[in-house]
Structure formats: C-alpha cells, structure tokens
Design a protein. Structure first.
Length: 363
C-alpha cells in the first residue's frame, strides 16, 4: 500500500533517479568526450609540434652523428684490419727475428767459448814465459855456484827469479816460490868472507912493508943451527970429515922462507928480507882472490914468523898487522855452499805440466 492509499505498487527510487538523470548523464558524457577529444587534439598538436620542432632536428642530428660514427667505425675497422695485418706481419717478422737472435746467441756462445779458450791459452803461455825466465835465472845461479862458487851472484839470481814469479800473481806459483825461499835462506846462511876487503888490506900491507921497523940488532937471537962437536986438527981426521959432510949438507938444505940470523947486519940481505915479506903478503893476497884457504893460511904463518922474528913487535903497525893475521887464522875462504837443484827441478817440472795443460782455442 502506497502513500495515497492505493494498493498499486510504487516505483523504485533508483529507477526514478535513473529516469530523471539520463539526459544529464548523456550531456555530461558528451562533454567529457568533447573534453577528451580536445585534450587529445591538444596533445596530438603538442606532440606534432614537439616532434616537428624538437625531435626532428634532434633525430636529424642523431642520424648525422650516427652516419659520422659509421664512417668513423668504417675507418676504425679499416685501420684495425690494417693494424691486424701489420701485427700479423710483425709477429711473423718477430718469429724470424727470434730465430736469428737464437742463431746469434748460439754463435755468440761459441765465440765466447773461443775467447775464453784464447784467454786461457794466452794466460797459460804467459805463465810458461814467466817460468822460462825464472828457470833461466835459477840455471844461471846454479852455474855461478858450480863454476865460481859465487854465492852473492847466485843469491841475487834466485831473488830475481822469485820477484818474477811474484809479479805473475798466479796461485800455481806459490810452491815454486816456497822452494826458492828455502834455497835463498840456505845461501843466506853461508858465511861469506870479505874477499875484496881482505885483498885490499893485503895490498896496502905490501905497500907499507918499507915503513915497518925491524928489531934492534942486540935483540936478535944469534944462535947457529950447526956447531962442530969436536976440535978440528990434522990428527982428528975423522972429525974433520964429519964437519965437511955437515957443511955440505947445510949447503943443500931447503928451508921455507927462512933467512940467516945475521940478515939485519947486511943491508943487501935486509933488502931481501923486505922482498920476502912482500912476496908472502902478495902470496896471501893471491890466495884470498883464488879462495885458496890452505895457501892463505900457509902464507899467513910465514908472514907472522917473519914479523915476529925480524920486526919490532911493539910497534903499532907491526902489532896491528900481527893482530889482523891472528884474526884471519880461522877464516874459511871457500865455505861449503848448499845445492839449489831443488828450485831448478821444480821449475822444469812446472813448465812441463804447463805445456801439457794448454787449452785448445779452436772455435
């Protein structure tokens, strides 16, 4: 039942609202469609303007840049291909160059070995030359010792050989230098007389013989060596025969450097005394120069006897000469010299070994 009191059913409110607002909705939809169209047209115009005014130049510029980039890429591709070809060619040349370098290294190694061999050979030859020089010096020293017994010259030759080995500065020469040092020390131990000094002193003594004073006549021993035991007479004929025989024997008696006791009485005999003293001093000098110890000692004894018997021993010059002679009694003019064959044998062995170890320098 409705508000009017009728029993007919009343229309629904929604349906009525729809019936009442349908034209308005159509108008609103039309307005909205128009607005959307206008907006779409505006947007289309704006898009066209945007595309034609902004995007088109931008696209053209981009196309230009793309074309330029394509050209650059084409150039880069060409250059890359060229570089790749050059790289391939370079690798080929590098491989060939590597082969040449390997060949050169092999040749260089051979040359290095040859140079080392030549250097070693040169060193060995230089060492052999040093050994030859040292051997010559030691041989000269041996000859001086064997022929002249010249210790000073032999020592100087050994010292020169040692100096030559020292300048070589080679370790293989140390044993040789040790042997040379032993031989030099052995020569240094030899007591060498001053031959030159002795000869000069004796020569001066010969020149001073005239200045040596003799003994006074009263101080002479006037004893005679031969006396007759029996009185000679015509009856004692046997004693006379013995006396004559004794006198005959005295005429042929040989005495070493002896002079008669009355030599100082006669000036002529005194001259012979001085000459005899000179001769004995000269004999001693010759013995010194010849290194004859035995003859020197014999001459020294004779000179001492003459000075003691006939000259004033209290005089300074005579006393000095006697004192000098006494000092020389134990002198050895020809001392024993040691052999130096050890150095010579060692050097010859070293030279033989050096020749056997000379390297081959053939490349």
């Amino acid at each position: 039942m409705n508000a009017d009191g009728n029993d007919a059913p009343a229309a629904a409110p929604d349906e009525r609202a729809a019936t009442l607002t349908a034209p308005a909705a159509r108008d609103a939809a039309s307005a909205l469609a128009m607005a959307a169209l206008v907006v779409a047209l505006g947007l289309a115009g704006a898009g066209y303007w945007w595309v034609s005014r902004i995007e088109a130049p931008r696209a053209a510029a981009l196309a230009t840049r793309l074309a330029a980039l394509e050209d650059v890429q084409s150039g880069n591709t060409g250059r890359f291909d060229t570089a790749l070809a050059e790289l391939t060619h370079g690798r080929t040349e590098q491989a060939a160059l590597g082969a040449k370098v390997a060949a050169l290294e092999h040749s260089q190694a051979g040359l290095t070995d040859s140079v080392k061999a030549l250097y070693a050979r040169d060193q060995q030859l230089a060492l052999d030359w040093v050994l030859a020089e040292a051997e010559y010096l030691v041989l000269a020293a041996s000859q001086r010792l064997a022929l002249e017994r010249d210790v000073r010259t032999a020592r100087a030759a050994l010292k020169a050989a040692d100096d030559r080995l020292r300048t070589a500065d080679h370790p293989d020469l140390i044993p040789l230098r040790e042997q040379l040092t032993r031989d030099i020390a052995a020569l240094d131990a030899v007591a060498l007389p001053d031959v030159e000094g002795l000869a000069l002193y004796l020569a001066e003594a010969v020149a001073r013989v005239d200045a040596l004073p003799t003994k006074p006549i009263a101080d002479l021993d006037m004893s005679f060596a031969h006396t007759r035991e029996e009185t000679l007479s015509t009856q004692n004929w046997r004693g006379l025969a013995r006396a004559v025989w004794a006198d005959l024997l005295s005429l042929v008696e040989v005495k070493d450097g002896e002079l008669p006791d009355g030599v100082l009485f006669d000036p002529e005999l005194r001259y012979f005394l001085e000459q005899n003293l000179r001769l004995e001093l000269a004999s001693a000098r010759l013995a010194v120069l010849a290194r004859d110890t035995e003859n020197f000692r014999a001459a020294e004894r004779l000179v001492g006897d003459l000075l003691t018997r006939y000259y004033a021993t209290d005089d300074a010059a005579v006393a000095a000469l006697l004192g000098w002679l006494a000092q020389q009694r134990a002198l050895e003019l020809d001392p024993e010299v040691p052999p130096i064959s050890g150095s010579l044998d060692a050097l010859r062995s070293a030279r033989t070994a050096a020749r056997e170890t000379v390297p081959d320098a053939t490349p």
